[in-house]
Design a protein around this ligand. Structure first.
Ligand code: ZN
Length: 187
């Protein structure tokens, strides 16, 4: 950040009085510009024994597969965000299910929240940020072409849970070492 979004004056990176972390501070209008993690919301859309994945038409990880997910918007709930992203990326209507996974990704300042969901029909098609949408059975999952560590971990838990017939909530943290070359900076 170089300029104050309130008044246009240059900002300075410093620790405000009474604070503990450096912030962008405007010395003209005294606004402190706090920066906080972004929430990424999405789902695993299920149809019988298959799940819907999207092949990315955008960077990062262009051409790789992921679940429908994206940045949460102001004014919506986590599950509304997951429904919206699924409609935008895969033109797919879903009934949102239980919260399934939450991943902290502190080194890129993101939190992933993924639900299970039921696909309501098969009238699906790639949205603007998607090259292709497809249903995958477990044996067809392109594990080495999954875009993000969060999604790969979530799907591994998903199939392990399905084998034992009980879906549990999964809380995890993606570390830089695990994600090197794998977790990129946008959903
Ligand atoms: Zn200002």
């Amino acid at each position: 950040m170089k300029f104050c979004s309130q008044c246009g004056a240059p900002v300075e990176l410093r620790i405000p009085e009474g604070d503990t972390l450096p912030r962008f501070v405007c010395n003209a209008c005294h606004t402190i510009h706090y920066q906080n993690p972004k929430m990424v919301v999405g789902c695993i859309p299920e149809w019988e024994d298959k799940i819907l994945l999207c092949r990315r038409a955008i960077e990062p990880r262009h051409g790789m597969w992921t679940v429908p997910a994206g940045y949460m918007e102001n004014g919506e709930t986590t599950y509304q965000g997951a429904v919206r992203e699924t409609l935008e990326e895969a033109n797919a209507r879903i009934e949102i299910g239980p919260l399934y996974a939450l991943y902290n990704i502190p080194h890129i300042n993101q939190v992933y929240i993924l639900f299970r969901a039921r696909l309501l029909d098969l009238d699906v098609k790639a949205g603007a940020e998607t090259l292709e949408v497809r249903l995958f059975a477990e044996l067809e999952i392109p594990w080495n072409q999954i875009a993000f560590a969060t999604v790969r971990n979530t799907l591994k838990h998903y199939y392990a849970d399905r084998r034992i017939g009980e879906y549990k909530f999964h809380l995890g943290t993606i570390e830089p070492a695990q994600s090197a070359g794998r977790q990129a900076t946008s959903p």
